[in-house]
Design a protein around this ligand. Structure first.
Ligand SMILES: N[C@@H](CCC(=O)N[C@@H](CS)C(=O)NCC(=O)O)C(=O)O
Length: 203
């Protein structure tokens, strides 16, 4: 049985639950408040969430790896185009981008926002990360162009990865998105699988 460990409102765990819901995969969720219980470090020495366990001794961190694992292990699924589909490259790029370029830099901002002393909240590193994120978010808007989804007309892992990062941007960091990207987020949030995942996470 797939088991996902996450913070109760953790955006990256939402990525994983959302993929399970879209694919109709049964999963168990263990949600806790920050900080994780001490026993959790025995599973994931980094102490970060989410964490995924599955049959056969699968036990991994990294939310995007979990998304790709589920699509590969339990697919085929329209969330991950087939090897000969020309949109595969875009889907892989933007799925990874959602964490490496967006999510990881947002962690820097969240740490500063919630934990840094007042004098450091807007230091040189924070201002640089904000600028790079503004650029990266404008880049997403360009990739979306006039399409409903990042890879064109099909909803994929890329949309799950990027839109959950936007959730951190708006929710945890209190930043805004353009009208176009807000409409994109709302389009995704109206999916029944997203709503089931959110409901499951909130218990
Ligand atoms: N690249 C990792 C990032 C994991 C991460 O930073 N998770 C946050 C919560 S969303 C966290 O655990 N923060 C607390 C900590 O690192 O102690 C992933 O995508 O899973």
């Amino acid at each position: 049985m797939i088991k996902v460990y996450n913070f109760k409102r953790g955006a990256r765990g939402l990525r994983v639950c959302w993929v399970c819901e879209e694919m109709g995969l049964p999963y168990q969720l263990e949600a806790f408040d920050f900080p994780p219980p001490a026993s959790y470090r025995a599973l994931n020495p980094l102490g970060s969430v989410p964490f995924l366990e599955d049959a056969g001794g699968v036990a991994i961190n990294e939310s995007v790896a979990m998304m790709l694992y589920l699509a590969e292990r339990y697919g085929p699924t329209p969330l991950l185009p087939a090897k000969d589909d020309p949109t595969l490259a875009r889907v892989l790029q933007m799925t990874v981008f959602g964490e490496t370029t967006l999510g990881a830099q947002m962690n820097t901002l969240m740490a500063a926002h919630f934990m840094a002393p007042e004098a450091d909240k807007k230091n040189w590193s924070v201002r640089g990360a904000e600028q790079r994120l503004d650029q990266a978010i404008a880049y997403v808007e360009g990739i979306l162009a006039d399409n409903p989804y990042l890879a064109g007309n099909a909803f994929t892992l890329a949309d799950i990865s990027v839109s959950t990062a936007f959730g951190m941007w708006k929710g945890a960091l209190g930043k805004s998105l353009s009208d176009k990207l807000s409409a994109y987020r709302e389009r995704l949030a109206s999916r029944p699988a997203f709503q089931r995942a959110q409901k499951h996470m909130q218990g």
